[in-house]
Design a protein. Structure first.
Length: 414
């Protein structure tokens, strides 16, 4: 027998011996004991107690937040800091704020443009102050508070350059800063404080939804002028002779400037000219746009509206009410509006006998007799005091006619 056979038989014998020892000679491991019902019940009870404790602790924390919310006096201050070399929107907060046991406090800031009828979010090109998914200005500066009680103080939050912000439309916009104080990612009931602040900011970046650019205010002015021309009338009629040269002047000026929005502006004006104002047109959004471009736009807009409202020589009640409302929405005071109407009575060729004097004098026929008489006497005296300072004979004759119209109104309500 050779050596390899001896080795093979030896290995086989060793395997047989190991099998016999494992199967019949060596003691086998005892089978695991059956589970103890009492131990399982104790473990389940312990888990239940831990869950109840965690839930009670969470409810206690939320109740403490609700209780402290009543004592929390927290405000946000936002200004365009004039000390900065570049225009910057600066945020700071002050007051009394609570500290959560399990997480730090965060102020979440969000910027909205509320100039127009529908609030729209403001975009920010700086990734430190914007949502990476949408690009809208929304960020959470940390407030590190070392106490578990109410803590009084003030904190600087952020400085956002205006050059990084863009609203739907450019110009002077009403910006609302929405903020909430609470743990990051907290559910609504955990938020300690919600509030907002509104301020006017001049955003000079092009609007992200504005193809017309600076020409947008011209279209809005045209809309307001048409609304004044149609007020109390079925069609524009003679008002078209006022509007047509104004449109030509605007288009020629934009074309001369070689503005990139010229074709879009001309198309918008042509559409408005041919189709007219849509049914149920409201002036609020156009007034907000005109106001956003500043006082340099307000005055020529109101001048065009006044000329359109009296283009046919009359000034019906609906047209006076329309001009008053537009002037109010673009930011004029009651005194400035009345001065505007009075000035147009002098400088225009409107037929004074075809005017609604109740509207022009800002009186309400439902007032008591004593109040009506007092109001009309004051209005008469104001015009009477202007007569000696009239510069021309035409102006003197105009003032005499106005005084006669007011006198007739006084007799009517005597």
């Amino acid at each position: 027998m050779d050596t390899s056979s001896v080795v093979l038989y030896g290995l086989i014998g060793l395997a047989v011996i190991c099998f016999v020892l494992d199967r019949w000679v060596l003691p086998r491991d005892a089978s695991p004991p059956p589970p103890d019902p009492e131990a399982e019940m104790r473990a389940a009870e312990e888990r239940r107690r831990e869950a109840v404790f965690r839930e009670a602790d969470l409810q206690l924390e939320r109740e403490r937040i609700r209780r402290m919310r009543k004592e929390c006096v927290f405000s946000l201050n936002a200004i365009v800091d004039p000390r900065d070399v570049l225009p910057t929107l600066t945020f700071s907060c002050s007051g009394k704020v609570p500290w959560h046991e399990f997480s730090r406090q965060f102020v979440t800031l969000e910027l909205e443009d509320i100039t127009d009828a529908e609030p729209r979010l403001i975009r920010c090109s700086d990734p430190d102050f914007s949502d990476p998914a949408t690009g809208f200005c929304r960020f959470s500066p940390d407030i590190v508070l070392p106490s578990d009680e109410l803590l009084a103080g003030s904190w600087n939050l952020a400085k956002v350059p205006l050059s990084t912000l863009s609203a739907p439309y450019a110009g002077r916009r009403l910006v609302r800063i929405n903020y909430q104080l609470g743990p990051r990612g907290s559910v609504p009931e955990d938020v300690t404080k919600r509030a907002s602040q509104v301020l006017e900011v001049n955003l000079f970046n092009p609007g992200y939804e504005d193809e017309l650019g600076a020409g947008r205010v011209a279209v809005q002015t045209m809309e307001l002028a048409m609304a004044c021309g149609l007020a109390g009338r079925r069609r524009l009629g003679p008002a078209l002779k006022v509007l047509s040269p104004w449109v030509d002047d605007i288009l020629n000026a934009v074309k001369k400037e070689d503005a990139p929005y010229f074709e879009v502006l001309r198309s918008a004006m042509d559409h408005l000219w041919s189709e007219g104002l849509p049914e149920g047109y409201e002036i609020d959004q156009a007034c907000a746009g005109v106001k956003a471009y500043g006082s340099g736009t307000v005055e020529p807009t109101l001048d065009l509206c006044l000329r359109m409202s009296t283009a046919d020589g009359s000034w019906p009640k609906e047209a006076v009410v329309m001009v008053r409302r537009i002037a109010q929405l673009v930011g004029l005071s009651s005194a400035d509006i009345q001065a505007l109407l009075d000035r147009h009575l002098i400088t225009s060729s409107v037929n004074l006998e075809a005017c609604d004097w109740e509207s022009l004098t800002a009186m309400d026929p439902s007032w008591e007799s004593a109040r009506l008489r007092k109001h009309l006497v004051a209005y008469f005296d104001r015009w009477n005091s202007r007569a000696p300072s009239a510069r021309t004979t035409v102006e003197q004759a105009r003032i005499r006619s106005i005084l006669e119209a007011i006198a007739e109104l006084r007799q009517k309500y005597a």
